[in-house]
Design a protein around this ligand. Structure first.
Ligand SMILES: *[C@@H]1O[C@H](CO)[C@@H](O)[C@H](O)[C@H]1NC(C)=O
Length: 257
């Protein structure tokens, strides 16, 4: 490799690194600045992700997320830490943007995986790209179908959910897993603690997405939770699940962020 080639490679690495840092700022900071990304769409007009995605949410309609959702590229998804965060997007600088359509708002509910098998023009979701794969309905609300992919500006916004934070209990007595969803405010949960009425507070671990687990057996105990979102706010949900709580059941807290 000669000197000028090394320089080009170095420059490419620096540009990638700068993109990653910017993507990170855009995804973690709730501020008013807009960041650059692209958007595509999946599926048809009915939606319709009803299967469990990479955040652990199940039926997005039943869970209240509906079609106002997106799968995020590696750079934005941040290993699932961004699951539940809300974003505002506008279509920019493309003949395929529909005029005067304003912005759309979505919740991050899935991962758009990198794609190394296809030619490079399909590497939207590969690092370091910031990318939103939207439901078709959301995409068509600001861009033309034939555009396929459009440049967008995005920023983090607070989430507004109706009702309380919900806790779906899965797993088994020796490995309790809790999906935490319908989270308002920052939306992305960064810490969960659980306690049975006869136990102390136990820190849960992120299993994947927004599914949190503990190996402590809390069967037959009323369950309480403390949930912290990425902005550092915490809420306590006392006695959310009764003594006879069951696996596969969902319990709703009285509060939301
Ligand atoms: C939630 O409400 C606030 C205040 O009205 C607004 O700024 C924000 O964009 C809303 N978020 C979503 C995801 O609709």
């Amino acid at each position: 490799m000669n000197l000028s080639m090394s320089f080009v490679v170095l420059l490419a690495i620096l540009v990638s690194a700068a993109n990653l840092v910017l993507a990170h700022v855009g995804v973690t900071n709730i501020d008013s600045s807009w960041y650059d990304a692209h958007a595509t769409f999946y599926g048809d007009m009915s939606g319709g992700e009803t299967m469990q995605g990479a955040c652990g949410y199940g039926d997005l309609f039943k869970e209240g997320y509906g079609l106002e959702t997106a799968a995020l590229s590696t750079a934005l998804f941040n290993n699932g830490q961004t699951c539940g965060a809300c974003f505002e997007l506008m279509c920019v600088n493309s003949q395929y943007c529909k005029p005067n359509t304003g912005t759309i708002k979505i919740t991050a509910t899935n991962f758009c995986p990198p794609n190394y098998a296809e030619p490079v023009q399909y590497h939207w979701c590969n690092p370091p790209n910031s990318h939103f794969d939207l439901s078709m309905k959301m995409f068509l609300s600001f861009a033309e179908y034939r555009g396929g992919i459009v440049p967008v500006k995005f920023r983090r916004v607070m989430c507004n959910k109706s009702g309380g934070v919900r806790f779906e209990i899965k797993g088994n007595p020796y490995f309790i897993m809790v999906l935490v969803y319908n989270v308002g405010g920052a939306g992305d949960v960064s810490n969960v603690e659980i306690r049975g009425h006869k136990s102390n507070w136990i820190a849960m671990s992120r299993n994947w997405g927004q599914i949190w687990n503990t190996g402590s057996n809390l069967v037959g105990q009323r369950l309480s939770f403390v949930v912290r979102t990425s902005d550092g706010r915490s809420l306590a949900f006392f006695n959310v699940a009764p003594e006879n709580w069951g696996f596969g059941q969902t319990y709703e807290g009285k509060l939301n962020f």
